[in-house]
Write a protein that binds this ligand. Structure first.
Ligand code: NHW
Length: 399
């Protein structure tokens, strides 16, 4: 499955050339220092008024807690957000998911930015940031994660995206934050890592029917069904749903694990509670509680992100699980991931997706994941790394 194609390195980037990001022409220049590209300015020097929009449009702050506004955002994204290269699928983030993804501890409502048509008040564009403490090498940097950039299909290629990006940047600066992390399927100046999605078929018949996957040479439907069959029950003794009382142990496991990567968020208990405590149809997390000591030794998690299936007579929704954070200290990671697949299958997901980040890559083939086409590029804003990271050096998953 391909979400978004990629550009080439020699393309002009009239907007990105003006921004404090690694530029393609500077690639490999070891005289440039690592760390912030521009220094912070005093807050009084940050532009106090919003950027100008074309005359017919106005800014709005989206209160995602309001059912009405949440529904408007949901519909804008449902109809206009990311599609794969062949336009077969479009991400269909649920309303509960958007609330979860946009309201972590310490979130700023002013970073949930919409654009409306002045006359009709119709919502036609969106961009968001959330705060995160990110460790880069041995420095912890207060950052924003920028996501859900979307311009209505009818308003594309009018240079609205750079205005949205500048406006979210301005509002992040107003909170005295000067760095950001984001991912995209398009190549921009300049990725800090290039990752790949892998897909584990859970429902072969449907995935083939909808064109998500194809039967390879000498593969029949009945062989495919057999190939992707999973055990009926989980292998790990003591595996159970994560509960509120597990937050301290899970935080400890996660902090310790993420300290191994070059770039990773730093999670406190409040963040772990927000990001990992199970929420129906949003995020699933399971812990392994040792039957002898009752210690929490491992956990896995995945989030729920369906896609709309465009123009298929039989199916309209693809139910996809995305691997989130997994930590193993006692249970082999491959067994933990296999149990995640079993849980996802029992919950009637059609496919389980994972990036080749953290320790995932060596397990994916054995667990019968297939490599997706297209890349997911990771970026940092106003922070230079001397060289790009390998996916296995990245401890970060964005929604
Ligand atoms: S990636 C998903 C992005 N959304 C979609 O793909 C949805 C479908 N597409 C659209 O809605 C996850 C439009 O095509 C969008 C572009 C809105 C994408 N990231 O308005 P113009 C995120 O949300 C550049 C960054 O004419 P358009 C992450 C493009 O290279 N830049 O295009 C978001 C060009 O600049 P250049 C992107 O098609 C991170 C300019 O936009 C981009 O009508 C944002 C063209 O603008 C992308 N995904 O609208 C950055 N796609 O220099 C945050 C295109 O090449 C940075 N462009 O000429 C950090 C800010 C915070 C800093 C805090 C200190």
């Amino acid at each position: 499955q391909k979400f978004q194609g990629s550009n080439s390195y020699d393309q002009q980037h009239k907007f990105w050339e003006t921004q404090p990001v690694g530029q393609f022409k500077d690639a490999g220049d070891s005289s440039l220092s690592e760390g912030p590209i521009e220094q912070p300015t005093p807050l009084s020097e940050v532009k106090q008024e919003p950027y100008n929009l074309p005359d017919l449009y106005e800014w709005t702050i989206c209160d995602i807690g309001s059912d009405e506004v949440c529904n408007e955002v949901y519909l804008l994204l449902m109809n206009n957000y990311v599609e794969d290269d062949d336009n077969l699928f479009r991400f269909n983030y649920s309303k509960e998911f958007l609330r979860w993804g946009l309201r972590p501890p310490g979130y700023f409502q002013s970073w949930h930015i919409g654009v409306r048509v002045k006359a009709s008040k119709k919502l036609v564009a969106f961009i968001t940031g959330i705060p995160v403490k990110m460790r880069v090498c041995d420095e912890v940097v207060q950052m924003a994660e920028v996501n859900f950039l979307c311009v209505h299909k009818k308003l594309r290629s009018k240079r609205l995206a750079p205005v949205l990006i500048k406006e979210v940047t301005r509002r992040i600066h107003l909170e005295n934050i000067w760095q950001a992390a984001y991912t995209a399927g398009v190549l921009l100046p300049t990725p800090v890592a290039t990752c790949q999605y892998w897909h584990r078929t859970l429902n072969p018949k449907k995935l083939i029917d909808i064109g998500f996957s194809r039967l390879g040479d000498r593969m029949t439907m009945s062989r495919a069904i057999k190939l992707y069959r999973l055990p009926a029950s989980k292998a790990t003794p003591g595996l159970r749903k994560m509960e509120l009382r597990d937050v301290p142990s899970v935080t400890g496991l996660l902090q310790n694990y993420l300290s191994r990567f070059v770039v990773a968020p730093t999670f406190e208990e409040a963040e772990v509670e927000h990001w990992l405590l199970p929420q129906e149809n949003v995020v699933d997390s399971y812990v392994v509680e040792s039957p002898e000591t009752h210690e929490i030794t491992d956990f896995f998690s995945f989030y729920t992100l369906p896609s709309s299936i465009l123009n298929n007579p039989n199916y309209s929704n693809l139910k996809a699980a995305y691997s989130f954070y997994n930590v193993s200290t006692k249970t082999p990671l491959i067994q933990l991931m296999q149990d995640a697949l079993i849980v996802a299958k029992q919950k009637e997901f059609d496919v389980f997706n994972a990036l080749d980040v953290m320790d995932n890559d060596p397990l994916l083939k054995d667990l019968k994941f297939g490599r997706g086409d297209g890349q997911l590029y990771y970026y940092l804003y106003n922070y230079r790394l001397r060289e790009a990271m390998k996916p296995s050096e990245l401890g970060l998953v964005l929604l």
